[in-house]
Design a protein around this ligand. Sequence first.
Ligand SMILES: Nc1nc2c(ncn2[C@@H]2O[C@H](COP(=O)(O)OP(=O)(O)OP(=O)(O)O)[C@@H](O)[C@H]2O)c(=O)[nH]1
Ligand SMILES: [Mg+2]
Length: 391
Amino acid sequence: MSPGHEHQVEILFGLVAVLLTVIFGAIFLSFWKRVRAENKAEEAKAAALTHEAKREMPTMAEEEPVLAHVDSTGEFVSDIEAVDLSEALKKTEENLFGRIRNLFKSGDNNQYLDEIEEILYTSDLGPTTVQRLMGALNEKLSKKERADYELVRETLKEEIKNIFAGSHSSAPTQGILSKINFVENGPTVLMIVGVNGAGKTTSIGKIASQLAAQGKKVLVAAGDTFRAAAGGQLKVWTDRAQVEIYSPEGVTDPSAVAFDAVAKGKAQNYDIVIVDTAGRLHTQANLMEEIKKMKRVMTKVIPEAPHETLIVLDANSGQNALMQAKEFHNALGLTGAVLTKMDGTAKGGVAVGLAQELQIPIKLIGVGERIQDLRTFSAQEFVDSLFQAGR
Ligand SMILES: Nc1nc2c(ncn2[C@@H]2O[C@H](COP(=O)(O)OP(=O)(O)OP(=O)(O)O)[C@@H](O)[C@H]2O)c(=O)[nH]1
Ligand SMILES: [Mg+2]
């Protein structure tokens, strides 16, 4: 081969090598891009699922061993850590009386009553309650006495006690059973209602656990057929409480679940049937009709059922809680309230507003996310702890 030809062959080889490099490079690049796009899609899908799961499943307290006993009065007592009510009410006390205390420290005692009124109006008691408390200060204290913080405080305390006396018994509570209309020839049916996220399912878990600790045979009905993750969440709670759950697969009608659960409770001699319901706003007319129907169908199995219709109210919702209770009461005829998230809220004063304006007894209070964080409500203890909290 002549040197000219050799050179041509070299050039040809060179060109083929460059071409092959370009082709392989392009193939590799497109392959890499595809893998990267697929990875990104997977990541986006995973993120969306996590988001969905978070939306569906509210945060739940980590499972803890339940170490508790029932004391001589029948009260459920946690052995892990006793919940100190005055500790839980500290922020509420600060919001109510802390500001009044500061006012007295500031000195200008001519303006006290006007300013006290303003403070009370902004502390979730509700206008009717504020008027009643101001009336007591005006009537019971002379002008001179009104400049004495201790006398003002005592007068407010007495009047708040009087408000509770209208709808709450002053007898010491004897455990959770003393708070429900328990029928010996059961089952006793409890229906739990309220707006989204108020703490219904959590409270049901806590209630079920206390009733089970009293030796009662408890069935919890998964009547929230609306939210996809509701059944699973309730199952976690019934497992913790070690009680039975009634959660039929594929049943989407909450009335059917309520009816069947009460029938099962009756047929299988359960002491208590607790019916969970989906959260709803009192303004959602169709959902309010649905819950009325749920209540109605239970009477077909047991004419007196439900023996208790309890509204769960988030204390943080302040004045809104009063509105919710009024509307649910109009629709369903409530027998009591469970006030949740009293731990750490500054709006615990809503308890006084509820007693004044609704005359519906607060039966239980939630003071945390754990299974043992539920207390029977005693007006006496509440008022004492509230006034103790600022000491
Ligand atoms: N700190 C505190 N958190 C609570 C209390 N009760 C409930 N929670 C929390 O409130 C959130 C909502 O509770 P759920 O029991 O799911 O409320 P729900 O009313 O069943 O909600 P829906 O079924 O969506 O209507 C959860 O994160 C609970 O842990 C309480 O007493 N204190
Ligand atoms: Mg729920």
